[in-house]
Structure formats: C-alpha cells, structure tokens
Write a protein that binds this ligand. Structure first.
Ligand code: ADP
Ligand code: ADP
Length: 224
C-alpha cells in the first residue's frame, strides 16, 4: 500500500521559488496500477521523482507498506523518460544492471533474461549498445530491466511514448501480463488519455495550476 499525504514540492532557484506540487493526497493498494495524467508542467515527473527517491526535499509524508519510502529499503523500479540506459554497457548488461545494483550477490537468471527479451521482442539485440538502438528498442530494454528486478513499486515516466501505435498496444499488453504475474504496484505517468484508461485502475488527473489533483477516478474501463 502506497500512501501519499499532503505532499508538496517547491523548486528553489536563485531568485524565486516555484510550487510544483501542492497538497497531493493519494493511496494505492498493493498490486494496483495508477495512471497519472495531466498537461505538460503539471508536476507528473516531480511526483515520480519523489517516489523514486530522487527528490528528497519535500513536505508531507510518503509511506510504502506503512514505512517511509526509501529506495534503499524498498525495491523500486524507475523507468525515466530517457530510458536510463548506460551507453557503455550492451543490452544484456543493461538489462541485468537493475538486479545487480540492488543486490550484488543475486545471480541473474539467464533464462529469465532471455524469456523477458523474447516477450518484449528484443531478443537478438543482446550485444548491441544503446546508441545502436531505436528509441522504442531502448524503451523495451528499460522495461525488461525493471520487470526482471521484480520491484515492490514500479514507476514509469511516459514508458510507451517512443513506440509506434501498434507496437505500443503490443507492449502495453506485455506490461499487463507481467504486471498480473508479478502483482507489482505500478504508477505510470502519461499524457495519452487512452493509455491512462487502459492501464490505470486508478486515474489521477493533475491540474495545470500549482500541481494539484483535480480528479481521482476509479476506472471501470481498466484493461487488465
Ligand atoms: P511534468 O512532468 O508534468 O511535465 P514536471 O514535474 O517536470 O512536470 O515539472 C513541474 C513544474 O516544475 C514545471 O513547471 C517545471 O518547469 C518545474 N520544474 C521542474 N523541475 C524543475 C527544477 N529542477 N527547477 C525548477 N523548476 C522545475
Ligand atoms: P515470477 O517469478 O514472478 O513469475 P519471472 O519473470 O521470473 O517472474 O518469471 C515469470 C514466469 O515467466 C515464470 O513463472 C515462467 O512462467 C515464465 N518464464 C520465466 N523464464 C522463462 C523461460 N526461460 N522460459 C519460459 N518461461 C519462462
């Protein structure tokens, strides 16, 4: 269970401050999915960065299963907008990286990596480097890495944006399949309404003014 209470984030620059999120309240049951949608600049990425532990300077409380959220305590998978791949590591190494960073002792199961790569349609690309991949392929490598980690909480920032429409639908369904199997609590940020409706059990609409929640919808059309 993820609980966000009265979360506010203010960015400080040298001469001014800017309120990016204001009094956000939100709870997500374990194993659920939540889509956050809203116009550019409304604070979507800021919210994910708080949950990922990248922004630590905030007001309010964020609890995961009753404990303050701390990436060192919980396994949190974060798929940033730019995929977060290391350019000097090949695809196979990038996929294993999430697991290795979290737990150096843990042996990466080669057949699970291969299975995940096949499922995401990137098998055969093991030896390539991120610079030799299309945006969509990089996005899939990033997804494979997160899925393999089996995170307690999966955070995705526009995860399907670089994919063409048909591939996007395919990968969304792969996502739903793995999500069901692993029962991973997921928060995804998107600016596609259809994506929010298909993938979010709960849909949070952020308003463009001062980063406030304008609506929370329990989605009857959820596709999973
Ligand atoms: P979204 O992901 O919805 O597009 P962001 O969370 O990236 O929105 O940004 C929310 C607001 O905070 C925007 O107006 C943006 O300009 C501002 N902002 C984001 N990052 C910073 C920063 N590091 N310093 C100052 N302002 C920022
Ligand atoms: P989980 O242990 O949560 O089920 P995994 O992603 O490790 O997560 O594997 C999920 C499922 O994927 C397995 O139970 C199995 O059905 C399938 N799977 C994993 N690796 C392979 C593989 N090499 N070949 C065929 N199926 C696999």
């Amino acid at each position: 269970m993820l609980e966000i209470k009265d979360l506010s984030v203010t960015y400080q620059s040298s001469d001014e401050s800017y309120i990016a999120l204001q009094n956000i309240n939100l709870s997500l049951p374990s194993g659920g999915t939540c889509a956050i949608i809203g116009p550019s600049g409304c604070g979507k990425s800021t919210l994910l960065k708080v949950l990922a532990g990248i922004i630590t300077d905030y007001e309010g409380t964020v609890l995961f299963d009753g404990n303050p959220i701390l990436p060192s305590k919980q396994k949190i998978g974060f798929i940033p907008q730019n995929y977060g791949l290391l350019p000097w590591k090949n695809v196979y190494e990038n996929i294993c990286l999430g697991v290795k960073l979290k737990n150096r002792q843990l042996k990466v199961n080669k057949s699970s990596v291969e299975f995940m790569m096949r499922q995401l349609g990137i098998d055969g690309l093991e030896k390539r480097y991120p610079g030799e991949l299309s945006g969509g392929q990089q996005q899939r490598v990033s997804l494979a890495r997160s899925f393999l980690l089996k995170p307690d909480l999966l955070l995705m920032d526009e995860p399907f944006s670089a994919l063409d429409a048909i591939t996007r639908e395919e990968i969304q369904d792969v996502f739903l399949e793995v999500w069901k199997r692993q029962a991973v609590s997921t928060i995804l940020v998107t600016h596609y309404v259809e994506e929010a409706v298909y993938l979010g059990q709960k849909i949070i609409i952020l308003s463009s003014h001062l980063g406030q929640v304008s609506k929370i919808i329990d989605n009857p059309l959820f596709g999973g």
